[in-house]
Structures are given as structure tokens and as C-alpha cells.
Design a protein around this ligand. Structure first.
Ligand SMILES: *[C@@H]1O[C@H](CO)[C@@H](O)[C@H](O)[C@H]1NC(C)=O
Ligand SMILES: *[C@@H]1O[C@H](CO)[C@@H](O)[C@H](O)[C@H]1NC(C)=O
Ligand SMILES: *[C@@H]1O[C@H](CO)[C@@H](O)[C@H](O)[C@H]1NC(C)=O
Ligand SMILES: *[C@@H]1O[C@H](CO)[C@@H](O)[C@H](O)[C@H]1NC(C)=O
Ligand SMILES: *[C@@H]1O[C@H](CO)[C@@H](O)[C@H](O)[C@H]1NC(C)=O
Ligand SMILES: *[C@@H]1O[C@H](CO)[C@@H](O)[C@H](O)[C@H]1NC(C)=O
Ligand SMILES: *[C@@H]1O[C@H](CO)[C@@H](O)[C@H](O)[C@H]1NC(C)=O
Length: 564
């Protein structure tokens, strides 16, 4: 039996962790509170001095260091605060009742292990407003308009008015409020009230007003909590959609998902019925896709967003309007997204690239063609468009042909000599093919006249002078005379032009007149190449034709040549 009692005592002491609850519950109360029911109440595990500076500390970290017990019929019951919604609950070093009920009345015992202090016995009496004889409306939640002047009364000061009261002490967030506070200028105590000249947003917080009353020579502490919430005047404006502003086009790819974000700024509204909504509008209908309620409590307005996710972009979405509507009790505003296929840009880019490449290729091809076929182009131009140069110039021949008569002493083994070239090949090309009239000494100059005069006359009556140059040309005095005469005539008469044909490679003699030397140096030559293939001859013919005057009687024949 004794053993049982020892065990029981050990268990009790273990439970109370070396702390005599029974003793603590039986000792006279350290603190005696009177409080009004149905409001917030706070009590801390601290032996308060006569004029405490801190009555509770919410940022007290180690809550396990404080233990609370409540008196019951069989002694003390340890209080469990594991359930966060329990009432009362532990926050910081204090016990919070929210709301305080009449049945919370009783004795509470606590021990704070951080402080080597004895246990604290707290007696709380909770009474209703009627019992406490409270007169005015007690405002335990006070809404203050920012930037305005106001005062805060101690709500419990009206109660127990038939008892003797001390003056009120104010605490904010558990700390005593001072009369001359540098951190809070413009704050004054007037009687039991707090007077704020201007309300700032940092004035919010949990305020406590305490006073003592004497009831039948017993001292009681009366404590009331006032929650101060700073508000602004309700906005007079509808919200503004910040993004998308107006109509915003997004580039998308089909099949992908996309997040459409809408951002809107709302002015302060106390009882807000605000929302951000997404609508999808097609040509047929407009339907609500998403709605988010928002509570704009920011004093200078608050920005909210609502993100709408389109899981898979489809063809029809490209024709839809995605409308974001922000609404409060005053009105609404909208923003809009439209989707556009991203690849379009790519196509434009590709098109531009293709065009550029094609143009470049065209230019390169064109210039290559022009380079190789310049003569053809000029000939085509001359054939179709250029004016006939021969009309009305009073000339008889298109070209005078000067060549060297072969030296009869040299037996030429070449397939073709100068004379054959001048008397057979040239007339064949120029007269038969192109329709020009040549002046050949053998054919057109009648024998018997003065040789030099006849040559000069014939040159004067020609539009071109064709010189068939070869080594034998420069050994022949007659042809040398013709060359000099031609040069002189050309210098004299601008309508006649020299055409130099290099029939065979030659070394130009030193003894030529200066004028002739210069002309030979400056003027280009058309080189004759003996070939079995017809192509070089064709090119030679074209070059020669290019040097000849424009003459339109030859059209029919020329067309045949061009067509080849
Ligand atoms: C607890 O305190 C009470 C009253 O002070 C005393 O009678 C009792 O013996 C104490 N118990 C223990 C275990 O100390
Ligand atoms: C509240 O408790 C914290 C941590 O224990 C401490 O730093 C702070 O000074 C206390 N505040 C007051 C007002 O005593
Ligand atoms: C907390 O306590 C309340 C009643 O006091 C109860 O309804 C709730 O289920 C509890 N929650 C947990 C997590 O125990
Ligand atoms: C303490 O007061 C400040 C303003 O001074 C306030 O912002 C804060 O929320 C308060 N803290 C608590 C825990 O109420
Ligand atoms: C006071 O305002 C601050 C922000 O300014 C906020 O974090 C805090 O919760 C407010 N406290 C109360 C009691 O309203
Ligand atoms: C907000 O609503 C409450 C009741 O729900 C009402 O008493 C109060 O006047 C309203 N405040 C405003 C600013 O509309
Ligand atoms: C938005 O406001 C306009 C007037 O500005 C009103 O006609 C319209 O019905 C409102 N839209 C919604 C969805 O309330």
C-alpha cells in the first residue's frame, strides 16, 4: 500500500516535472483578472511588476519551455496545445483565448523554465457584458482610416463603473506605450484614450489596455484587447488590367500549351466582391473559362493575377479572343489576347530569303550571260531598235577592204591566204549573209586611174575601212600606203572607222609613221583563227558584224544568223 502511494507520488512528480501543482494551485493567486466574455484575451506566464513594460511576447521562441495547467476537480490538468485550433492556445509566452468564454473562468498555473521563478497562479473571472454592467458599445476590432486623425478608447473602461478604477495603461504588441515616443510622433494619451494625430499603416497591431479596480478591498486587473486594423477609403475606381494591355498578340505553335497571365490592379475595398475572370470569345459565343476572387486589402491598391492555362492550342483558338475581365463593385476593365501561328514569321523570313537568293542568282546569271553574250545582246538591240546609220550619209560602200596581195615568189602552203580571205571569205560573210556592200580594189576600182587618188576616193566613199593585217601586209608597199591613207582619212572624216583584222600574227615594223603606230596600238583587233570547226568563224563573223554600221536592209538575212 505504501509502495503504491510512492509510485503514485513519483508518477505525479514526474508528470509535473519536479513541480508541485497541488501546492501551486493552493497558494494565493499571483494575478487576478476580470475579463468580459466573447472577445480576445491574453495572459502571459510572467510575474508582472507594479508597472510592467512587457505583458506578453509573441516572438518568444521556445514555447515548450512554458507549461500551463488548469485546475480541475481532482487537481491540475496539463494543457495540450498540439491542436492549433484549440482555445485557448499558446503563442509566444502567452496563453491566448479567442474568444474568451464564461466557462474559461478558473485558476491557471504555469511555470516558465527559462526563468528560475516559482510557479505562477493566475485567477481569471470571465463575465458577460451584462453582468459586468458595460455601458457603451465596446469595439474590440477598430478600423482606422489611414492618414486621418482619430482616437482609440479602452473598451473595457465602461464596465464595472460602480467600482473604483485606476487609470488605463496601454500596450501595443505586448510592449508598454510611452507618452513621448520618438518612433511614433503625434501619439498622445488623453484621459484613458489613445489619440493619433495621423494614422499610419504601422499603427496596426494588437493593443491591450489594462487598469486595476478594487472590489471589496480585493484588487483586480481588468484587461481588454483591441485589434487595430488600418484601412483606406473604398476606391471610387474600377480596377485596371495592367497586362495584357489592350489587344496583345501572342505567337504560338499549334499543339503546345500556353499560360495566359492577366494582371490587374485593384483599389482598396473593405467588403470586396472583386474578381479576375477569363472569357473565351468566338464568333458564336463567349464563355467563362476561369474566375478568381480577390480581396484587395492593400492600402494603396494591390495587384493580383489570374493565370489561365490552355492545354493544347488548336486551330479554333487562333480565331478566338481571350478576354481578361477585372471587376470590383465600381466597374470593370478588360484586356485581350489573340493567338497567332508562330511559323508565319518563319515563312515570311524564308520567303524573303528565297527572294534574295533568287535575285542574287538572277543577277549573277544575268551578268554571266551578258559577259559571254554581250555581242549578241548588242546585235539584237541593233537589229530591232537601233537606227539605220547608213541612210542619208551619201556613202557608196559599207566597207573598203585593204589586204596584201600575196608575193608570187613565195608559194604559200596555207589553206587560206590573205587574198582568198579578202576576196572570198569577207564578201561571203558581209555581202551574202549580212547584205553589206564592200569595196574591193580588184572588183570596184577600174584600172587605168591614178592608184593613190582612186584609193583615197574609195576610202572616202566607204563607212568602214577593213585592214587584213598579216606579216606580208607590212612588207607590201601598196598595202602600207592604204593603211596610212586609211588612218589619215579616219582622222579627217569622223564618219569612217577602222576595223583591224589580225589575219596572221605579225611583228609590226619600226619604220611605220607615228600616227599609224599609235592607231595600231590603240585600236582593238579582231583575230582570225583558222579552224576546221565552224564555231570560231561564227564568233568572228559576229564580232565583225558588231564593228560594221547598222543597216536595216539586212534584217531578213540577219534574223537567220541570229537564229542559229
Ligand atoms: C505541495 O505543496 C503543498 C502545499 O504547499 C504541500 O502540502 C505538499 O506537501 C507539497 N507536496 C510535495 C510533494 O512537495
Ligand atoms: C521577445 O522575445 C524575444 C526572444 O526571446 C526577445 O529577443 C525580445 O527582446 C522579446 N521582446 C520583448 C519586447 O521583450
Ligand atoms: C482540434 O480541436 C477541435 C475542437 O476543439 C476538433 O474539432 C479538431 O478535430 C481538432 N483537430 C485536430 C487536428 O485534432
Ligand atoms: C507589431 O507591430 C507592428 C507595427 O509596429 C506590426 O506591423 C506587427 O504586425 C505587430 N506584430 C504582431 C505580432 O502583431
Ligand atoms: C499589420 O501590418 C502588417 C503589414 O504592414 C501585417 O503583416 C500584419 O499582419 C498586420 N497586423 C495586424 C494585427 O493587422
Ligand atoms: C462591410 O460589410 C459589413 C457587414 O458585412 C457592414 O457592416 C459594413 O458597413 C460594410 N462596410 C463597407 C465599407 O461597406
Ligand atoms: C463591365 O462594365 C460595363 C460598363 O462599363 C457593363 O456594361 C458590363 O456589363 C460589365 N461587364 C460585366 C461582366 O459585369
Amino acid at each position: 500500500m505504501l509502495f503504491y502511494w510512492i509510485i503514485l507520488l513519483l508518477m505525479k512528480s514526474a508528470e509535473s516535472r519536479d513541480f508541485n501543482i497541488t501546492g501551486c494551485l493552493q497558494k494565493p493567486s499571483d494575478l487576478r483578472y476580470r475579463a468580459i466574455s466573447d472577445q480576445k484575451f491574453v495572459v502571459s506566464c510572467d510575474l508582472l511588476s507594479e508597472d510592467p513594460t512587457v505583458i506578453f511576447n509573441s516572438s518568444h521562441l521556445d514555447e515548450s519551455q512554458v507549461q500551463w495547467f488548469r485546475q480541475s476537480s481532482d487537481g491540475g490538468v496539463k494543457m495540450d496545445f498540439k491542436n492549433a485550433t484549440s482555445n485557448p492556445t499558446l503563442w509566444g509566452n502567452a496563453l491566448w483565448f479567442n474568444p474568451l468564454k464564461v466557462q474559461h473562468s478558473g485558476t491557471y498555473v504555469c511555470i516558465n523554465r527559462e526563468k528560475i521563478s516559482p510557479c505562477i497562479n493566475i485567477f481569471i473571472v470571465v463575465e458577460t457584458k451584462n453582468v459586468a454592467d458595460c455601458s457603451g458599445d465596446s469595439e474590440n476590432e477598430k478600423y482606422l482610416f489611414i492618414s486621418q486623425g482619430t482616437s482609440i478608447a479602452c473598451p473595457g473602461k465602461d464596465c464595472y463603473h460602480h467600482f473604483q478604477h485606476s487609470s488605463v495603461k496601454w500596450y501595443k504588441n505586448g510592449s508598454k506605450m510611452k507618452h513621448h515616443n520618438i518612433e511614433r510622433p503625434g501619439l498622445q494619451f488623453k484621459g484613458d484614450k489613445l489619440v493619433l494625430r495621423t494614422v499610419y499603416d504601422k499603427d496596426n497591431g494588437t493593443y491591450v489596455c489594462d487598469y486595476t479596480l478594487v472590489d471589496n478591498s480585493a484588487q483586480w486587473q481588468v484587461r481588454t484587447v483591441v485589434e487595430v486594423i488600418i484601412i483606406a477609403k473604398d476606391t471610387l475606381n474600377p480596377p485596371t488590367v495592367l497586362y495584357p494591355s489592350g489587344e496583345t498578340i501572342l505567337e504560338v505553335e499549334l499543339g503546345q500549351n500556353i499560360e495566359l497571365e492577366c494582371k490587374a490592379k485593384f483599389g482598396f475595398e473593405m467588403n470586396a466582391s472583386s474578381s479576375i475572370q477569363w472569357y473565351i470569345e468566338t464568333s458564336e459565343n463567349k464563355e467563362l473559362a476561369s474566375k478568381k476572387r480577390v480581396h484587395p486589402k492593400g492600402l494603396e491598391g494591390q495587384i493580383f493575377n489570374n493565370v489561365f492555362t490552355l492545354m493544347e492550342i488548336m486551330e479554333k483558338d487562333l480565331r478566338s479572343h481571350f478576354i481578361c475581365l477585372a471587376q470590383n463593385s465600381i466597374g470593370n476593365s478588360t484586356g485581350m489576347f489573340r493567338l497567332k501561328r508562330k511559323t508565319e514569321k518563319g515563312i515570311y523570313f524564308l520567303l524573303a530569303l528565297c527572294c534574295t537568293i533568287t535575285t542574287l542568282l538572277g543577277i549573277i546569271l544575268g551578268s554571266t550571260l551578258a559577259y559571254w553574250r554581250w555581242i549578241d545582246l548588242v546585235l539584237i538591240y541593233r537589229y530591232y531598235l537601233a537606227k539605220d546609220e547608213t541612210i542619208g550619209d551619201c556613202k557608196e560602200y559599207d566597207a573598203f577592204v585593204s589586204y596584201a596581195k600575196p608575193d608570187p615568189t613565195v608559194t604559200d602552203k596555207a589553206l587560206c591566204n590573205d587574198e582568198q580571205f579578202a576576196l572570198e571569205f569577207l564578201p561571203q560573210i558581209l555581202e551574202n549573209e549580212y547584205g553589206y556592200t564592200l569595196c574591193l580594189k580588184e572588183r570596184n576600182i577600174l584600172p587605168g586611174g591614178a592608184y593613190t587618188d582612186d584609193i583615197v576616193n574609195a576610202l572616202r566613199r566607204s563607212r568602214r575601212a577593213i585592214m587584213v593585217l598579216s606579216p606580208s601586209y607590212f612588207k607590201n608597199t601598196e598595202s602600207l600606203f592604204e593603211l596610212e591613207a586609211a588612218v589619215n582619212t579616219v582622222l579627217d572624216d569622223k564618219t569612217i572607222k577602222l576595223i583591224l583584222i589580225q589575219f596572221e600574227p605579225f611583228q609590226e615594223p619600226q619604220l611605220l609613221p607615228q600616227k599609224v603606230k599609235k592607231v595600231l596600238k590603240i585600236l582593238p583587233r579582231i583575230t582570225w583563227e583558222i579552224s576546221t570547226s565552224s564555231t570560231p568563224n561564227k564568233l568572228f563573223s559576229k564580232k565583225l558584224w558588231y564593228c560594221m554600221p547598222v543597216k536595216h536592209t539586212i534584217r531578213a538575212k540577219a534574223r537567220k544568223v541570229m537564229g542559229q
